[in-house]
Design a protein around this ligand. Structure first.
Ligand SMILES: [Zn+2]
Length: 263
């Protein structure tokens, strides 16, 4: 089995918020990441290019997938030029209900005013070869929502992005990586042919494509550490502790009910 690193970035920009610092990679560090990784000879693919390559048994020898969650505007200023210089494509997962606005769902981290890309920005980066995927309308924890609510978040995000960009949307990313059996089923029913989770581990050829594993790259990751990790894939797929995940979901579900009652 071929191990495949699917990297996950959020913001490429600046922040002063201690809570959000982890999710924000300084532009100079991002350039160092890109230089280090691509000098090492990795071949970039979008998520949909990866699943197509899996289908046709054409995954390159040193594949890598860069993904960006949320659709923040700093991608246009700080990431797209660096990637464009090297001809690197990526997949951008967009919170469709906030396109052209700001990152309202990040208020808990004090970052609700980070500008989002506009439809024009998204059309431009798609034209440059980046894939646009969906990431719900409002960035909820899908696995603790009522099923009809979760289904609407998934379906409507796809419809909005297709209407806004004029392009078909094939791939989805679960906010925070949280997904349940029902969430996965709703994603397939909405017409997506791949979906990304987080898991912080390597993906593999043959991994179920409705919950692809990704590795978070945060603002504290030095380029040499990133290259070191990429050079040492695990010999076999890493397992995720199932019971711990279920316990965490139950806790989040209780917190959500309490928050609704308190509001
Ligand atoms: Zn997100």
């Amino acid at each position: 089995m071929t191990p495949i690193p699917i990297l996950l970035y959020h913001s490429v920009g600046h922040t002063r918020s201690p809570t959000y610092r982890r999710w924000c990679v300084e532009p100079s560090l991002f350039r160092e990441h890109v230089d280090a990784v691509f000098d090492a000879g990795y071949e970039p693919l979008t998520v949909s290019q990866l699943v197509d390559a899996m289908d046709h048994d054409e995954v390159p020898t040193r594949p890598i997938v860069l993904t960006f969650d949320d659709g923040l505007a700093d991608f246009v200023e700080h990431a797209a030029p660096v990637l464009g210089d090297r001809g690197i494509v990526s997949t951008m997962y967009v919170v469709s209900g906030h396109v052209g606005g700001s990152s309202q769902w990040l208020s808990i981290a004090g970052e609700s005013q980070r500008p989002m890309m506009t439809w024009s920005d998204l059309t431009d980066i798609a034209h440059a070869g980046h894939e646009i995927g969906a990431h719900t309308r409002t960035h909820p924890e899908l696995d603790v929502l009522r099923r009809d609510h979760a289904r609407a978040e998934i379906e409507e995000s796809r419809a909005e992005i297709e209407a806004g960009t004029g392009r078909a949307v094939r791939s989805f990313a679960y906010p925070h990586g949280y997904h349940s059996g029902a969430t996965v089923q709703a994603t397939g029913a909405a017409g997506f042919d791949s979906a990304c989770a987080v898991k912080n581990r390597w993906s593999w050829v043959g991994e179920r494509r409705d919950a692809l594993s990704r590795i978070v790259v945060d603002g504290h990751t030095p380029p040499e550490q990133l290259v070191h990790r990429l050079a040492r894939p695990p010999a076999t797929p890493e397992r995720q502790p199932h019971l711990r995940r279920l316990g965490w979901r139950q806790l989040r579900r209780i917190q959500r009910v309490r928050a609704i009652r308190a509001s």
